[in-house]
Design a protein around this ligand. Structure first.
Ligand SMILES: Nc1nc2c(ncn2[C@@H]2O[C@H](COP(=O)(O)OP(=O)(O)O)[C@@H](O)[C@H]2O)c(=O)[nH]1
Ligand SMILES: [Mg+2]
Length: 426
């Protein structure tokens, strides 16, 4: 992005189309007139928003009051909300250089919005807070203080720790949060560093941000960005401040099944030490679901007594079970749909385009079947692993290797052909 007149080049990556209102370096002490201020920004509060027009003004005003005796800036990162949140925020903050509004066009995602806000921030302490009034700004000075004093690298606003509460949330939601916390802590034990890893309210030090940011994957649209920091290092100091979680102001939550799935995948990816791309983890999860579909359809077909056929292509394939073929075909269709709406959501096919996508996916899947068979035959004919290995064990090992090679081949072909990024349909 070319830098705008009077706008310092933003550090880090911003998407094309990002529009940044940054004609004035927002280095002001809130209580002083902007023109005379040369104070260095100590605190940056990043507020990711999507359809928060009903709440954003109140959130900004409360923050300005809560931090009025400290130098701070507020960065609203809005994904071009249909309700015009970015316009409401800009209009309200006209002439207030401590507030910046980043409007991202053509991009969605809570995690990447927070990352873009952090990249544009100038403070020594980087705070993240929802734009829906659920987080208590009164807890922020203590949270920020812990980081600025060097007491901690991360300070989490906790609803479950000492003096925190879930407010009057229903018992069911409370229970679901507890179950979700237990699950993600199993997947990623480093999250136990706080009592409330599902919190979206936290502060990190600039030092930790700069060390961690280059390794944070942008491959997932939605997940708890806090986890990337909590999982980043062995020797991290984490502290927390309790607060009472409030009900949402106006508008609706964006929490959805897709967000929860991205959370789970991100916990897995962070656990695997980023050796694997988030896309590949998602792809493998879909593949595993396809195996279940395939086995279920095969079982039903066998129960229904479907026949076998013999083809004269190669005797190795005979006899062919019709129920197995149906199982494979069913899993190709369910895998296509799951990959389209989960793995490759941001490049997904829509409406009639789905048919073209399915055809490409089908072709790639057939290539995969041949790759798997070819690798299996190659290993088997050469007596791999050893000629004395039990035949069943050898077959299982060779099938496993064949499946692994075919999965990698298919993944590569699907990324570069079926869901080629250039298609970028969202
Ligand atoms: N920029 C941006 N903000 C988002 C997106 N999704 C959610 N948010 C914001 O992130 C914050 C937390 O989302 P919310 O829907 O309240 O999730 P909940 O607190 O888990 O119910 C809110 O301020 C949302 O407006 C997104 O795709 N892009
Ligand atoms: Mg919220």
């Amino acid at each position: 992005m070319p830098s705008q007149p009077g706008c310092p080049e933003l550090p880090g990556r911003l998407s094309p189309g990002t529009i940044c209102r940054c004609s004035v370096r927002s280095q002001v002490k809130a209580s002083e007139p902007a023109a005379s201020s040369v104070a260095v920004v100590r605190i940056s509060v990043i507020i990711p928003t999507y359809n928060e027009a009903d709440n954003i003004v109140e959130v900004i005003d409360r923050l300005r009051r809560a931090l009025s005796d400290q130098s701070h800036e507020i960065i609203v990162v809005d994904d071009d909300s249909p309700d015009g949140t970015w316009q409401v925020a800009r209009r309200h903050s006209e002439g207030d250089p401590a507030v910046r509004v980043i409007r991202r066009i053509g991009e969605r995602g809570l995690a990447t919005a927070v990352l873009d806000g952090m990249a544009a921030a100038e403070g020594d302490a980087l705070a993240v807070m929802d734009g829906d009034l659920q987080h208590d700004e009164a807890a922020l000075p203590a949270m920020v203080g812990a980081v600025l004093d060097g007491e901690a690298d991360v300070c989490v606003g906790s609803r479950t720790g000492e003096s925190g509460s879930f407010g009057d949330r229903s018992r069911l939601r409370h229970w679901l949060t507890a179950a979700g916390t237990a699950l993600v802590e199993r997947l990623l034990p480093r999250l136990r560093r706080t009592s409330d890893p599902l919190s979206g309210f936290f502060v990190v030090s600039r030092g930790l941000y700069e060390r961690t940011a280059p390794r944070i994957s942008r491959g997932l649209r939605e997940y708890k960005i806090l986890w990337a920091f909590l999982a980043s290092r062995k020797d991290l100091s984490v502290t927390e401040v309790g607060y009472d979680f409030r009900p949402r102001g106006g508008g609706e939550t964006k929490l959805s099944t897709a967000v929860l799935l991205d959370d789970l995948v991100s916990a897995l990816v962070l656990r695997l030490g980023r050796v694997v791309s988030p896309l590949f983890v998602k792809y493998c999860l879909v593949g595993a679901s396809g195996v279940a579909v395939s086995l279920a359809v095969y079982g039903l077909g066998e129960l229904a007594g479907l026949p076998t056929v013999s083809l004269s292509i190669t005797p190795d394939l005979n006899p062919i079970y019709i129920s197995a073929l149906l199982g494979i075909q069913a899993s190709i269709i369910t895998n296509f749909l799951a990959n389209n709406f989960f793995t490759f959501y941001d490049r997904r096919y829509r409406r009639w385009g789905l048919l073209g996508g399915l055809l490409l996916f089908q072709a790639v899947s057939i290539v995969g079947v041949f790759v798997q068979l070819a690798v299996f035959q190659l290993l088997h004919r050469n007596g791999f692993p050893t000629s004395s290995t039990n035949a069943d064990v050898a077959a299982a090992v060779n099938n496993g290797i064949g499946l692994a090679v075919a999965t990698l081949t298919n993944f590569f072909l699907n990324v570069s052909i079926t869901w080629n990024r250039a298609r970028g349909s969202s």
